[in-house]
Ligand binder design. Structure first.
Ligand code: IPM
Ligand code: MN
Length: 353
């Protein structure tokens, strides 16, 4: 059997619930396939640890995480802690430290899911979001704090190296897809430095991918195109912040944020990549066993593919689709099932398959 080491960080809120569901399903999948094993180490990093100790994770945590092949992440956030603290102590440092510079967020129409775009056209998108710099560089500051003269800056940092490595990966993804179509999203009419650099680097990189048909959209117009002409899009490529926003829009258009997976990849594979649902900790629904586990399960599917376990990923993907087709769904999809019921259904579909 092939063994893969995986660090599991359930985190906070419904992240804990969907991570538990994912572990159950992965165990069922492992038993069914019988040819691979996930050596899982669960890490109790999160807001409760912060409230207890003043830190989200113990000293040396990034060095520790470095040894795993992959990281599975639930969600982070707590009603008593400001979000910028929790995010900058846990998820954002992981993406940066491990140079997970490509964030992949597929979004498809699913049979059995009501979606606002489904009626009119077929949607099969993949959003590629730059994941380590840009608007999330963490640069800026505040002066004259609290006075009428206060000034706050939020500096987006784009490096040629960072933009180029990301766009090269994005074009290579588009080149492998059936339609080979890429839409570059910027706002270079207003953002005249960093996003003009994006336009220039994209034009240069595109020369190495003559088979890819590409066009450019300003991010504001892009939201309209996604809503009104969804079938004209295939691979969507955007900066860190634009990609963040567009991926939520995409999830909403396709039916539910409860379905959307996310992979933060280090393409060199020198450091671990991270897999997580797009949704957050959602305290409003935590503890009720009603969170949709599918976004986490689809993220686990992407993780299995990254680890080379294609057969397991295909089986899991099929079981998830089948459970939705049968209407075994949570409230966000109009169903009446609990998280645990969806999880059990998927486990039994796996063992029957
Ligand atoms: C996401 C989330 C994160 C982001 C937060 C939790 C930092 O919204 O993964 O989309 O903004 O990247
Ligand atoms: Mn987001």
């Amino acid at each position: 059997t092939r063994t893969h080491t995986v660090a599991f960080i359930p985190g906070d809120g419904i992240g804990i619930e969907v991570s538990a569901a994912t572990r159950r399903v992965l165990a069922a999948l492992e038993a069914k396939c019988g040819d691979f094993h996930l050596d899982i180490a669960e890490k109790d990093y999160g807001s409760l640890r912060y409230l207890r100790t003043g830190a989200y994770a113990p000293k040396g945590w990034l060095e520790d995480l470095q040894q795993y092949e992959a990281i599975f992440f639930g969600a982070v956030g707590h009603p008593d802690i400001e979000d910028h603290i929790s995010l900058w102590q846990l998820i954002l440092p992981i993406r940066q430290a491990f140079q997970q510079y490509v964030n992949v967020r597929p979004c498809r129409q699913i049979e059995g899911v009501q979606s606002v775009v489904a009626a009119s056209s077929h949607v099969d998108w993949v959003i590629l979001r730059e994941n380590t710099e840009g608007e999330y560089a963490g640069q800026g500051g505040r002066t004259h704090v609290g006075t009428p003269h206060e000034v706050a800056t939020e500096v987006a940092v784009f490096t040629r190296v960072g933009v180029e490595r990301f766009l090269r990966y994005a074009f290579s993804v588009a080149a492998q897809r059936e339609r080979k179509q890429l839409t570059l999203v910027t706002k270079s009419n207003a953002q005249r430095f960093g996003l003009v650099l994006w336009d220039e680097v994209a034009a240069a990189v595109a020369k190495d991918f003559p088979e890819v048909h590409w066009d450019k959209m300003l991010v504001d117009a892009m939201t309209v195109r996604m809503a009104c002409k969804p079938h004209t899009l295939d691979t969507i490529v955007a900066t860190n912040l634009h990609g963040d926003i567009l991926s939520d829009l995409a999830a909403g258009l396709c039916g539910s944020i409860g379905l959307a997976p996310s992979s933060s990849l280090n393409p060199s594979r020198e450091r671990p990549s991270l897999f997580e649902p797009v949704h957050g900790a959602a305290f409003d629904i935590m503890g009720q066993d009603i969170a949709n586990p599918v976004a986490a399960l689809w993220s686990a599917c992407e993780m299995l593919k990254w680890l080379g376990e294609e057969d397991a990923a295909v089986r899991l993907d099929a079981a998830i689709h089948e459970s939705i087709r049968r209407g075994i769904t949570t409230a966000d999809l109009g169903g009446t099932c609990k998280t645990s019921e969806v999880t059990e259904e998927i486990c039994s579909l796996l063992s029957d398959a």
